[in-house]
Each structure stands twice: as C-alpha cells, then as structure tokens.
Design a protein. Structure first.
Length: 396
C-alpha cells in the first residue's frame, strides 16, 4: 500500500468535529443531542440576503475575479468605514471562507519552518493551517484565572526568535470569548513594529462585543505594512455555509502575493458574493437584535456553569464561546463519555474538549469549549444535562 504524506500524518483532527460519530450514534438511539461543540448559530440567516440569491438571474455561472467581485469589494469599503476603518477596495481579496484568508496569510508571509506566535488556547484550525503551510505555531499561555487576557509583553519578547515572522490573534476570541482592548492591541503594535513582523488579526466576531467595543488591528497607527486582517461573513450573518471571507491589508506587496494564491484557486464562490453584497445593506439594527440575543444566551450559560459545584467559567466579552474548567480528570474522555454513555431524560450535550485548542501537551485536560449558539430553552436543557453528567461521571 502506498504511504500517505508526513504532512497528512501530522495534520491534526478537529477537536470540534472528531466526536461527531459518537453524537450520530447517540441520535440513532433516539437521544436528543444539544450541540455546543461548534459555532453554528440557530439564528436564522436574514431573509433579504437569501432572497438576493434566489432573485439572481444569469445564463452562465461564470468565474468571478480572483480577488472577488469589484462591486462587493467596494461595498465592503463602506462596511468597514462604518466601523471606523479606512481602506480601499484594492486592499481586499475575497476568500473562500475566513479559513482561506488565514491560509493565504501564512503562505504569503511565512516560509516553511518559520514561526507564528499566538496565545493559547487558540482557534484549533490554526494548527491545521500551520501544517498545510509548513510553519510552526509557537504558543504563549493565557490563563483562565485572568479571563484569558493578553499575556505580559515580556512573554512575547521571550518567544520571539530569528524564525518568528508573525503574531496571530482572534479578536473577539475563539475559543475563549475574550475581547482584546485597544491598549492590548497597541501593545501588540509596538511588538510587531519593534521586531518588523506581521500582526494577523482574525476578526470574525467583530459585531458581537458585550463588555466594550471591537478595536480593529486596521485602526492601529504606524503599522500599515505589518497588519493583515482576516474576516468572514459566516458568523456575522449566520451564514456559515456561504464560505466567504476576506483578506485585508494596506500592504500592497502582501496583497499582491496573496492574490497569486487566490489566482491559483481561481475565484471565490459566486452565489456567496451575491448573498454577502446584499448583507452589507441590512439595516443597522440587525446587529443590535442579534447581539441582545447572544448576550441573553451568554448570561444564562455562564450563570448556570458557575453555579455548578467545582465549575469555573470566565464571563466572555465577545464572540459566542466560553471555556469552562470542570471537575473532571480528562476532557477528551469526558466529552466522549457524555455522548457514548450518558443521557438525562433522553438528552445529552456535545462539547469540545479544550485540549485541541492548546498545542502545549497536558493543557486543557480539565477544560471544555462551549458555544452558546442555541436558543435559551435548548441551552438551559443542555446545562441540565451537563450538571447531571458531572455528578454521574465523578460518582462512577
């Protein structure tokens, strides 16, 4: 039998999706599974943007420009302007999801063996993109005790070496929900400027901030050539299946380099661009209402978690995720057990073990990530299941 590649062997399984077979088996037994493992909101995709796709009328579904439709990129300029960000449409490459924007950043800015620093826990797929690009994730630990705030500047200085080419953050953060402040972003600005490296900022959850406002890396001064923002419509408009994102920088050289990778994959999805262009025209109160709904869900879930014996969950400042510390021995075992063995009133809950959001061995063993993407009724039932499961698991 031919051998698979070393890259394929090194590619990590998703901690968000790898327990799916156990969830499917539970459903086949008639058990209701509440999915808190993945950021798939149950909020309906706005009808006007779906209608825009339905109304589209053309005889040939053609390739679009490799950088995306100019009409959409120009509309995005207006969207970012409303958010205090001044850019030109030529600073934008439309990507196949935010994932492709991150991969383009790694491929355009780093050579194989180069290092990108991030705080851990971090978005698990950064590991996969790093393997694809042949680069190395170098983690700096953020602690649950501090609510996952930005680690001290000296920790970054210690981590930076001759192969360091970039720092990547997610703001608001997935998986922790932490919202970085303007002061913390300015600290990162000073670091990347001093060491002449890139700052990649994954800003998929910009609209969902509860304890402050989002400050974009593109609002930093004096580092236009260092900053790259990765964005997506997936969470913003509850349109995860659209698979449409954006790669944004005022650095013409890195945009031109990323465009070569964009040309190699030909073009981003046509229907998704029609949908996303219509989304820019949604009324401003769309985000007001969705943010209120997520805040209700956050408050319910965090309150319930912190009322459970031995559980600690910092209050997330943004996004729709939280990491909780549980009184368990091994989150991988627990998250499998709760699907495979446990049920309460013929229901159970699917969680993501936090080990997959760390790259330092041994971390996250007592932690899980939860996505508060279900309505409050289902979220409450999921918390009932978790509370009962913790008692049963520890009394086995």
């Amino acid at each position: 039998m031919p051998q698979i590649s070393s890259r394929g062997q090194e590619m990590p399984a998703s901690p968000i999706r790898r327990l799916v077979p156990y969830a499917e088996a539970a459903r086949k037994k008639g058990i209701t599974v509440y999915h808190l493992n993945i950021g798939q909101p149950d909020i309906e995709t706005p009808q006007p943007i779906l209608d825009a796709v339905r109304r589209s009328d053309f005889k040939v579904l053609e390739y679009t420009h490799s950088a995306g439709n100019e009409s959409y990129r120009r509309k995005l300029v207006g969207y970012y302007k409303r958010n205090g960000i001044s850019i030109n449409h030529t600073d934008i490459i439309v990507t196949t999801g935010g994932s492709e924007a991150i991969l383009f950043g790694f491929m355009a800015a780093l050579d194989p063996g180069d290092e990108v620093i991030t705080t851990e826990p971090f978005y698990a797929n950064y590991n996969g993109f790093a393997v694809e690009a042949g680069v190395v994730i170098k983690p700096i630990r953020a602690s649950i005790e501090s609510g996952f705030a930005l680690p001290p500047i000296q920790d970054f200085e210690k981590a930076i070496g001759p192969k360091t080419k970039a720092i990547i953050i997610c703001n608001p953060n997935n998986p922790t929900g932490y919202l970085y402040t303007q002061k913390e972003l300015e600290t990162l600005r000073d670091i990347v400027k001093k060491h002449n490296i890139y700052l990649f900022s994954d800003e998929a959850y910009r609209e969902f901030c509860y304890s402050g406002t989002a400050f974009s890396a593109l609002q930093l001064t004096g580092v236009d050539d260092n900053v790259v923002v990765m964005d997506t419509v997936s969470k913003r408009y509850s349109a995860c299946g659209a698979r449409l994102g954006a790669f944004i920088s005022r650095n013409k050289e890195i945009v031109g380099t990323a465009l070569k990778f964009a040309q190699a994959r030909l073009s981003p999805p046509s229907f998704a661009q029609i949908l996303a262009e219509a989304a820019v025209d949604l009324p401003s109160d769309y985000f007001t209402e969705t943010k209120k709904e997520y805040m209700k869900r956050r408050d319910l879930m965090v309150s319930r978690l912190n009322s459970m014996p031995g559980v600690f969950c910092p209050n997330p400042g943004g996004a729709f995720y939280a990491i909780a510390k549980l009184p368990i021995d091994d989150s991988d075992k627990f998250c499998q057990w709760i699907l495979e063995t446990f049920s309460y009133e013929n229901q159970t809950v699917m969680l993501a073990p936090a080990t997959g959001f760390y790259s330092t061995a041994g971390l996250g063993k007592q932690e899980v990530r939860l996505a508060y993407v279900l309505n409050c009724d289902h979220l409450g039932k999921a918390m009932d299941c978790l509370e009962k499961a913790l008692v049963e698991y520890n009394n086995r």
